[in-house]
Design a protein around this ligand. Sequence first.
Ligand SMILES: [Zn+2]
Ligand SMILES: [Zn+2]
Ligand SMILES: [Zn+2]
Length: 657
Amino acid sequence: MGSSSSMARPKTADPEKKTTEATPASTAPPTPPTPAVTAAVTAAPDSPDGPDSPAVDAEVDANAAAAKELVQLATDAMRAMREVSDGSSDVSPVEKSPEFLGELDCVQCESLLFEPTTLEDGSTVCRPCVKKRRLSTPAARAELWGGSAPGLGFGTAANVILTDLLERCPAEQAAAAEARQRGNGLFGEGKYSEACEAYSEAIEYCSSPDIVVLCNRSLARMKLEDTEGALTDAQWAVAKASRCSGPAMLAKAWLRLGQALRSTSSASAAFALALGGADVSDGLQELCAKMSRSELQQVKDWLRDGRCPGIEESLPDVQMDMDKVPNATFDEDWLRSQLECPLCLGLLWEPSSIPCGHTLCRSCLARTLDHAFDTSPSCPMCRADLSGYLAWLNAQAWTKGSKAKLTHGSAQIPVNRQISAIIEKYFPTESRERQKQIAMAEAEAVGMPGEAMNVPIFICSMAMPAVACPLHIFEPRYRLMMRRCIDSGQRQFGMCLFPGAQFGTMLHIQSFKQLPDGRSQIKTIGTRRFQVLDWGEKDGYATGRIRWVEDTNGVSKQDGTEATPMTSAVRLRKAVDSLLKDRSALEEQLGPMPSTDGSDGPSCPAFVFWCMGLADLPPRICYELCFGETFREDAEKRLTTMLEIYEKKIRAKPNEN
Ligand SMILES: [Zn+2]
Ligand SMILES: [Zn+2]
Ligand SMILES: [Zn+2]
């Protein structure tokens, strides 16, 4: 009863009946082979428990459920094994693998890169591994803007830096990688015998056979019905992978072992297949159908323990060759010269590989792409067209950006993980130094909060506190400025009406929409006014050392005694209301109408600024009302001036009603 209650099935009123349905009865007559199951190896005729009753739906369901349950138990077992080995549990196989990899290994096949090419997610794989990687990792498959743009070219061109580094690998390793890939090609053509020879050749080149090659030769030997050979290769693969490989590779090794074992012992095979993450096509379900209840229970117990005694005894001792040999040895000066950015000539920082195979610092690449508004962007090294790449980056920013988390196209540039890791490994000090330098330059560029602070200044229009200011950004220098505002998390910049102006208003970025060609639409709202103490310049745009300015009078609320400004504010509100046709459309444009309850001062400055925005006054008059000393010292005067303007408007308005 224990086995039926742990099945992933709802309990029914008649458990006895369910049990008979769900459990294969060993006395039942044999079933014909199920055509849907395409296992690599067919079940041996002397399978200990003969197949069961005719394949009624309920039984297929039960076998599927049993297989599913085994796989679930196996997932837990794998996680437990990982916890024991490194103390971490919730790491996906793809994220986990790199630490087991040599610096020039492919993230897909975990062997030495062969014809390295970089993909959309910043990972570099062998060219023959591209298809598999994209199938297993959605991020490695670019979806283009509107789905209609031509291919970006990722996964085709050789990565220039990594190709150069691979040439420094020992000749045997390169020859082994070549033989392995040749074997894969032959296997794909169905030439299993030749594939086996190529794999054997690859194994001969290396003092310590590669897990991938062992797994592949195991499969090829199974195709050739060399079960014994397949089993030996798989045993080596499991023994090695459990010592020195990531969970993805380990699962692959278990799967091969399970496939090799299928003809010999169903319980051990089920254990191995389950750890290999087997699905229907790997025959785990079919195997479950052949197992007795007690055998099924045995497999579950093994999976809960994370070990199967029979298999463990059969694994070879691989203690000897566990040390991960480095892929290559580099002369430090030579390596350093390979890792230099062709644009800034510094050590690559956040190395970003573009589809043509060249690599630049992420920030250098972003600056190159900024110039896409007057010419189409191209690789500074080979002039390859990057407009599709730019559109792809911007499309991602468009979909990912939200009110809470603004993002821009350049933030989507994938960083080449392998090259990053190489820089980290060989030049850690210089790399940290570079990071510090860049962080400081960025912080300086965006302004640090403080009494006298430096801020980037956009010179464009009259902005006022509490009034929205939508902007269309297309100039390269302002693209850079906006990127820095967003990346720094400050989300603000100064706005001045004209170059050299004495005053301006800070704008807070409320939303940022990245357009396909690199332009952007942003919504901002005015916050505080400032005085520019000194003007400066940074990478083409203006900056200013500023101090805040406020109204010096009428700021504090004084209960009862300040009746006059409040009355004026109420009158102004009435005047505005009488002129307003569509308030919601207006608020869309100007931002929400501020309150007239005097909460921001008896002269309701925010409301008055909003009315100034609404009144469509000449910018110079706005400038004076907003920043002029007269009005800053007497906010009530600003209010009454606006009231006069509005009352004049009303008088001028033809009487409609
Ligand atoms: Zn590969
Ligand atoms: Zn650079
Ligand atoms: Zn290029």
